[in-house]
Design a protein around this ligand. Structure first.
Ligand code: LLP
Length: 452
């Protein structure tokens, strides 16, 4: 059964329960507890294949690097490897996770606007495919580290193309006023390429840019392509630099609510590939490998968060508050980016036609609204609430605020469910706590005094 609710097409079984990856979510909640992050494995795989085929059929050489910041566990790294994806990592932790999952190092790209010495060393030791250098300082640092290790770092330079995008201010990254990359305007990018070409410890393979996230139109990507090709022509003429890799980042938006109409991957490929090929030809430039780094559009809509509804409070002639057993700690996005989500009462989806407007609140000690004003089916304490499109930057940004334990993450496929991440326990919460010696000593001294 696939009823059309006011929100979206849903998979629902005869019992009226929401189904994710063939699994009945009521059973999943009983087995794993709530809050619970769920992923539909087939959906993730479908999206990887979509990128590989839509871009692969429109451009001679393509690499799709999953931006692991959106959601990374060792299991997800394995899945990406199986799908033939490359991987973008942006910290020692993401790199470590990928390597521990045996993700092939040559398909890893190491990002970061401030990579520590440890991170640069880890990247060199692992022989990652590309280090994406973000500043002149980093070029010098990496050159020195590579020479000391008797190796040569394969690099891209991240440039700031000066493109404004229509998205939340916090997730714009390619505009002139941004901490990322070296600016095309002002000549810093030119200088960085000149420097990299001279460094014996560096092998400059190409350029990178990433203009922003949750982009719902293709026009900014088109402007980026134009800008990058013009710059490539300039540095080819000035410095003789031939670009082998052109990485234009990620950023494709997803459908959080029925109002969002993101371009499809095919729309994106159609906007980028013919335009890029044409522009390269016009400037008589050779055709580089095209790299994309999607994160959100791979895992976002494949994820659902399941909560148990607790207290329901009706404030007469104002609104109804429905509290769930999670909130800010498992999904900080509404608080950070005014993100809007949709939800259904997951244990009786068929009743959704009779919907009630409510505010979904978390259970943290502050106003952690999860969904401000949403229409869900009639609910009672003990019902399950499923919030959609939570696969990107939710588990990844989860915290232990209020000493909440982070939820388990479950991968669902063909009716089978398996853990990607175990639920944290209360013992995990204190496992890194230490009681400073002088505090323990003071108590011991007071005990002595009392006894003596
Ligand atoms: N490549 C680079 C260099 C990036 O910085 C990012 C995201 C991506 C790729 C992937 O972008 P995506 O395809 O996922 O849009 N926490 C924010 C999103 C921050 C994105 C940071 N960079 C959120 O929850 O919306």
């Amino acid at each position: 059964m696939t009823p059309k609710t006011p929100n979206r097409m849903l998979r629902v079984n005869e019992a009226g329960h929401l189904v994710v990856g063939g699994c009945d979510v009521v059973e999943l909640a009983e087995k794993h507890g709530t809050p619970l992050y769920l992923y539909d494995e087939a959906e993730i795989r479908r999206r990887c294949r979509d990128y590989l085929s839509e871009f692969g059929t429109r451009f001679p050489q393509v690499e799709i690097a999953y931006a692991s910041k959106a959601a990374l566990t060792m299991g997800i790294a394995r899945l990406m490897d199986q799908e033939g994806m490359a991987l973008d990592v942006a910290s020692a932790g993401e790199l470590y996770t990928a390597l521990q999952a045996n993700f092939p190092a040559e398909r890893i790209k190491m990002h970061g606007n401030y990579k520590s010495d440890l991170e640069l060393r880890m990247a060199l030791e692992a022989k990652v495919g590309r280090v994406v250098c973000d500043s002149l300082t980093e070029l010098e640092q990496l050159d020195e580290a590579a020479r000391k290790m008797g190796t040569v770092a394969e690099i891209l330079i991240r440039v700031r193309p000066g493109i404004d995008t229509h998205t939340h201010e916090l997730i714009q990254t390619g505009q002139v006023d941004s901490k990322f990359g070296v600016g095309i305007f002002g000549g810093e990018a030119h200088e960085a390429i000149e420097l990299a070409l001279k460094c014996e410890g560096l092998h400059l393979r190409g350029l990178h840019c990433h203009i922003g996230s949750q982009l719902l139109e293709t026009d900014a990507f088109e402007r980026t392509v134009d800008q990058m090709v013009e710059f490539l022509a300039l540095v080819r003429d000035d410095l003789g630099f031939e670009c082998e890799d052109l990485d234009i980042g990620g950023g494709l938006g997803i459908r959080y609510t029925e109002k969002d109409e993101p371009p499809t991957v095919a729309d994106l490929a159609e906007a980028i590939c013919p335009r890029l090929l044409r522009a390269l030809k016009n400037h008589d430039l050779s055709v580089p490998r095209l790299i994309l780094e999607p994160g959100r559009s791979i895992v976002g809509e494949a994820g659902v968060t399941l909560y148990t509804i607790g207290v329901i409070k009706d404030i007469p002639s104002l609104r109804t508050y429905v509290s769930v057993d999670g909130g800010l700690s498992d999904n900080p996005r509404p608080a950070l980016y005014d993100a809007v989500y949709e939800a259904v009462v997951a244990n009786r989806v068929e009743e959704h036609a009779a919907c009630e407007w409510v505010r979904v609140a978390g259970k943290h000690c502050e106003t952690d609204t999860l969904i401000d004003d949403t229409c869900i089916g009639h609910c009672e304490p003990g019902d399950l609430l499923a919030v959609f499109a939570t696969g990107a930057y939710n588990y990844a940004m989860a915290s232990n605020y209020n000493r909440f334990t982070r939820p388990a993450v479950v991968l669902c496929c063909d009716g089978q469910d398996e853990l990607l991440v175990e639920r944290e326990s209360l013992a995990d919460l204190i496992s890194h706590d230490r009681i400073p010696k002088h505090l323990a000593a003071k108590e011991a001294a007071e005990d002595c005094k009392q006894q003596g």
